[in-house]
Design a protein around this ligand. Structure first.
Ligand code: DLL
Length: 434
């Protein structure tokens, strides 16, 4: 028997889930049509009425919405309940344009925490665990979500937030934390600091990590697992759809189970909007069927991945999404070639480098340039300039094989690339300045 939080849903038959989704979708569309003029207009423009939606098979009739709609409707234009019914706001960092604010009723918060509790139990969490939450607290959803989930499971919760890395490690040692939650790039930084402080994974009591909020590769997973002595699990979510826990990885570590009783997932062709058959790679779209305050309908996430209904060894029947390879708007087009930063990360880690790297794209004389700065590791240390330049060439050649274009690799001094305590900034695209 697996470690489930709500087995009646997590292991439900397809028919049960489909029936639940049908019923909830119909009610949700009535709710938004009646209460959100912005949606009503979009549906009217497309000629769809709530009566046209009788099951998930009708989902394709509904209009998409995107971040631009949220920006247009900012701050209160998408609210589907009276303001007096809401109890919380969370928000994105808003680095590109206006921020996006999401609202929650108490019921929305309760369901969100349940989703995060499922994620914690899926990595083996029980009330005997000590969960150290090192995602940021505040407007970011990471801290609040995993904190709420941890309480639901009954774990002893350490609400650390991110940063102050030596203190994180001290608490980890003192309170014998067993589960750690943070971004994968911060987990790598914690592992590096642990070593510098003279400790090894054996000094810790950690058994599992719940890492998400940014793309990370399988190679990075293996690195973190080794350096912290844990099993590293992925977790996915976005502020607009509640936060972490939209989907979560189980012990099988083969993709993330989507909480389908709350969110319906579709994969579309990002160019045409056409719904793609299961198994194809495309843009992930979510419809929230239980949200009261801020129900996103066919929300385009820009995340690129694929869905799979293959049977999972954990016993859960919830559909799985693959690790998103990046956002369509993070994809770089360099000399006409599509490049995801995660492809470069794969090569760097395979070649024995650390996940401390930076990608710089520029345009010189009308030609795109790709420069990759990566830190020299102690193991690869060499003080001969000749050796360094040979290593740079070797790495550039391996990246060329992966991408099909030639980068310029610069091996830089250890610790010279800024470490991340939250979401890592991997790419500097100077072309955007023009
Ligand atoms: O990052 C929510 C979250 C917090 C998820 C903690 C997991 C853990 P936002 O700041 O709104 O919300 O960013 C959402 O981050 O559209 C993806 O592009 C990316 N993302 C989130 N999780 C993953 C993941 C939170 N596991 C955006 N793998 C999403 C890859 C991820 N990308």
């Amino acid at each position: 028997m697996g470690n489930y939080y709500q087995p009646e849903i997590e292991c439900a038959s397809r028919e049960t889930i489909k029936a639940l989704q049908d019923e909830r979708l119909v009610a949700q569309i009535k709710h938004v049509y009646a209460n959100v003029p912005y949606y009503r207009n979009l549906m009217d423009e497309k000629g769809v009425k709530p009566e046209d939606i009788s099951s998930t098979d009708d989902l394709h009739k509904l209009p998409f919405i995107s971040k631009n709609d949220l920006r247009d409707a900012y701050p209160y234009g998408m609210l589907a309940v009276p303001k007096s019914e809401t109890v919380r706001i969370h928000s994105t960092s808003g680095t590109t344009g206006k921020r996006v604010a999401a609202f929650y009723t108490q019921h929305d918060i309760d369901l969100w925490y349940d989703c995060c509790a499922r994620a914690i139990m899926a990595v083996g969490g029980t009330k005997d665990d000590v969960v150290q939450v090192c995602y940021g607290y505040g407007l970011f959803t990471g801290g609040a979500g995993l904190d709420g989930g941890s309480h639901r499971v009954g774990c002893l919760t350490l609400p650390m937030s991110s940063g102050n890395t030596e203190r994180q490690i001290q608490f980890m040692l003192d309170f014998q934390s067993t589960i750690i939650c943070c971004t994968p790039s911060y987990a790598a930084y914690i592992a590096e600091t642990l070593k510098e402080m003279g400790y090894t994974a054996d000094d810790l009591h950690l058994k599992a990590g719940i890492f998400g909020a940014e793309p990370w590769t399988q190679e990075m997973r293996r690195d973190i697992e080794k350096s912290l002595g844990i099993k590293a699990h992925d977790i996915y979510g976005l502020t607009e759809i509640s936060g972490p826990g939209v989907s979560f990885e189980c012990e099988d570590q083969s993709g993330m189970h989507i909480n389908e009783d709350h969110f319906i997932a579709e994969i579309i062709n990002p160019e045409t909007g056409e719904v793609l058959p299961e198994g194809e790679v495309g843009e992930l779209v979510f419809t929230c069927i239980t949200k009261e305050a801020f129900p996103m309908i066919r929300y385009r996430t820009r995340d690129i991945c694929r869905l799979s209904r293959e049977k999972c060894s954990c016993g859960r029947t919830l559909i799985k999404m693959a690790k998103p390879m990046g956002r369509s708007d993070d994809m770089l087009i360099i000399r006409g070639v599509n490049v995801f930063p995660s492809q470069i990360e794969t090569v760097l880690l395979e070649q024995g480098y650390t996940p401390n790297y930076q990608i710089v794209v520029d345009r010189v004389n009308n030609t795109d340039t790709l420069d990759i700065n990566v830190e020299l590791t102690v193991e690869l240390f060499s003080d001969k300039v000749k050796d360094i330049s040979a290593k740079e060439k070797e790495l550039a050649a391996a990246i060329k094989v992966m991408l099909g274009i030639n980068p310029k690799v610069h091996i830089v001094a250890p610790k010279s690339i800024t470490r991340s305590e939250g979401k890592a900034v991997r790419v500097v695209d100077k072309r955007k300045l023009y």
